[in-house]
Design a protein around this ligand. Structure first.
Ligand SMILES: [Zn+2]
Length: 246
């Protein structure tokens, strides 16, 4: 499967960079994971949004869903062939005031996540794990048919018991790493050292830092992760256009 970073800012877009959005492709299937602010602009540089097969939302914070509305307008108004007549958008149904907005006439349809067991979306098998964040949020572990490699996306979370087990053995860990190590509590995202610890104990092969602070020192963030990371784990900073074959 092929992961393309569409947006990697956390909180708000900055310097022409969108907030959280990722395109995951396999066997001709195009899954957009999160749809943050600026995602539709950035997505159009690599794929017509009409060629999406499905959208997955990890939670309903604006930096992960801000462009869902314009995606619905795009689907309704833009000329050109559509991959599917109505675009399914998968998300938790526990907040009806948000979930119900995923239905848009002749455009998109809401689909509830089944977080109790593995779920199939196209060629992908997805397993969900509830994270610790101010709103209901799910990390996701993704396998594709015919490939034993696995991607884990932490979505937004602080460190908590059980997260280690969920990410263990992933080939690629896409980790919310919003804070330097000295970030005081309360905090709702991982710090550099927490991400490194998760990667080390989980024996993952690659770590991609995402949910990057738009106002922050990304080099300092990287330095802190490098200092704490087992040397054989590959580290990459997410940015628009980054491609990772998994
Ligand atoms: Zn969030």
């Amino acid at each position: 499967m092929k992961l393309t970073v569409i947006g990697a800012c956390g909180g708000y877009p900055a310097k022409g960079q969108a907030t959280s959005a990722f395109l995951l492709q396999s066997q001709g299937f195009n899954l957009l994971i999160d749809c943050g602010s600026g995602a539709l602009l950035a997505l159009q540089k690599v794929l017509s949004p009409l060629q999406l097969d499905a959208v997955l939302l990890t939670h309903f914070h604006a930096d992960h869903v801000a462009d869902v509305g314009v995606l619905q307008h795009f689907w309704q108004l833009a000329p050109g062939p559509k991959k599917v007549p109505i675009l399914p958008i998968y998300a938790s149904n526990q907040q009806p005031e948000n979930f119900d907005k995923l239905d848009w006439p002749a455009s998109t349809v809401k689909r509830a996540l089944d977080v109790t067991k593995p779920m199939q979306i196209g060629p992908f098998t997805l397993t969900f794990f509830k994270t610790k964040h101010p709103v209901e949020t799910y990390a996701v572990r993704i396998k594709e048919a015919g490939n034993c490699h696995e991607l884990v996306y932490t979505a937004d979370t602080t460190l908590f018991d059980g997260l280690n087990d969920f990410i263990a053995g992933a080939d690629v860990l896409l980790a919310d790493t919003n804070f330097l190590a000295n970030q005081p509590n309360p905090r709702w995202h991982l710090t550099t050292t927490e991400t490194a610890m998760l990667a080390n104990t989980g024996h993952v092969k690659n770590v991609i830092l995402t949910h990057l602070p738009p106002f922050g020192d990304i080099d300092a963030l990287k330095r802190e992760v490098v200092a704490a990371l087992t040397p054989d784990i590959r580290l990459t900073i997410a940015q628009e256009g980054l491609i990772c074959e998994i």
